[in-house]
Design a protein around this ligand. Structure first.
Ligand SMILES: *Cc1c(COP(=O)(O)O)cnc(C)c1O
Length: 421
């Protein structure tokens, strides 16, 4: 559930009319709901109640400072995948001991940054990374707490670009090699091995792959303990999917997921970390765009919007579906007609939906892309010299711009001209 609902025929974000925000900031823009962010965070937090746990929001889904602070104030930790994200988390007020560092390509500089600034743990993804981490920690005369990310070789049954838990993916260490790698880590004085990490993919709509992966983690925990390692923390990754299409089957709820975690891993007495991103931020955001033209083509019509693939790349990149709804609710009894919904960018891939049934719309009307709060603004670019679109946060009847739209001068003057020109 989210807090974007029609009231008397007009779409609202909590208690603020979308049209009011559009008038204030111009289109296109992203808008996020505080109540929805918090509701989703708490759903995970409550799902793990009774187990020692920390929900580490995967901030790559949406790393705006205001979003991070909202979640951090509610008690969330953060899962970061770069030095930039680490800095953003700290700037939003998250203490180092609530930050987990994931990612396959951590550099020496990023490792040093986190070791000096404070870190809950590194999720190590390869033997060479382990060696570098050990070396940097020894240089700094500290000990780095680590888990090893194991690749359990399960099929997450999701889009190929966001599946991470098959042996062919670049992520983690093959689970079959785990015992050797843990023995190697135990001999490194700069490392303190505390647990196991696993993350099998994103937008999972079925719990079965989690069940398979977590059973393997449970078995591995027993094996590693028998080998003499102290395993006290299990990081279970993120990836629970959201219902991008309202009309489709609903993915499992955080409460179902929590019950699965307790059933498969509860007996081990470990502290549990989870790293949800999409399920916290996805349905907490809309992208709002204005119709520029309605164009008649050969056998099909096009709704040309002022938002484009550079603002929301998921449809172009993952063939992703976003529900697109008019900001003014259509009158009852109006028959939707199929139409292609596109942006102005000079690529045929700049198509949000083909033959999507929509009520009649005209130039100047506003539409809202649902489920755009995760992997939306963070993946945007200025392709076609379209300035990054603003982000707005709503809380009850208040709203604030949390990232302004750059001016054209700001955009252009980021480039510099060499002396010889
Ligand atoms: C992307 C990612 C997540 C979050 O995935 P969601 O599908 O957004 O929940 C969690 N952990 C790691 C290591 C990731 O790379």
């Amino acid at each position: 559930m989210d807090h974007f609902l029609y009231r008397d025929g007009a779409l609202f974000a909590e208690d603020v009319a979308i049209s009011e925000i559009a008038a204030a900031v111009g289109t296109p823009f992203y808008v996020y709901s505080t109540a929805t962010l918090l509701r989703h965070f708490r759903a995970f937090d409550e799902a793990l109640e009774g187990m020692d746990h920390l929900v580490c929001y995967a901030m790559k889904a949406n790393s705006n400072q205001a979003v991070l602070r909202t979640l951090a104030q509610a008690g969330a930790g953060m899962d970061v995948v770069s030095g930039g994200e680490y800095r953003r988390a700290r700037a939003a007020g998250v203490p180092g001991d609530r930050i987990v560092f994931s990612g396959v390509g951590k550099t020496r500089d990023e490792i040093r940054l986190a070791l000096e600034g404070g870190i809950r743990q590194f999720n190590v993804e390869s033997e060479p990374e382990m060696a570098i981490l050990d070396a940097v920690a020894q240089e700094l005369r500290v000990v780095a707490p680590i888990t090893v990310r194991v690749n359990p070789d399960v099929d997450a049954k999701t889009h190929a670009k966001i599946a991470t838990g098959k042996s062919e993916n670049k992520f983690g260490i093959p689970i079959a090699r785990a015992r050797d790698v843990y023995n190697m880590a135990a001999d490194m004085p700069g490392l303190d091995v505390i647990g196991i990490d696993v993350h099998i993919g994103s937008q999972l709509t079925d719990l079965a792959p989690y069940e398979q992966a977590y059973q393997k983690v449970a078995e591995l925990t027993e094996v590693l303990r028998a080998d003499g390692h102290t395993i006290t923390r299990l990081d279970l990754g993120g990836g629970l999917g959201i219902p991008y299409e309202r009309s489709n089957v609903d993915p499992p709820l955080p409460s179902d997921y929590g019950a699965l975690v307790k059933r498969t891993l509860g007996h081990l007495g470990c502290e549990i970390e989870i790293e949800p991103g999409r399920l916290i931020a996805g349905n907490a955001g809309l992208m709002v765009s204005e119709v520029i033209y309605v164009k008649s083509g050969e056998g099909r019509d096009f709704l040309i919007l002022d938002g484009a693939m550079n603002d929301l790349i998921r449809p172009a990149m993952y063939e992703a579906h976003h529900d697109i709804i008019p900001v003014i609710e259509p009158a009852p009894g109006i028959e939707p007609q199929p139409i292609d919904i596109v942006g102005p960018v000079c690529e045929s891939g700049d198509t949000f939906a083909k033959q999507r049934p929509m009520p009649p719309l005209a130039a100047g009307d506003l539409v809202a892309f649902r489920s755009a709060g995760a992997y939306g603004a963070v993946m945007s670019s200025e392709y076609n010299s379209r300035p990054l679109i603003p982000e707005v946060l709503v809380k009850d009847d208040q709203f604030a711009v949390i990232r302004p739209r750059p001016t054209f001068d700001e955009m252009i003057n980021r480039d510099t001209i060499p002396a010889w020109l």
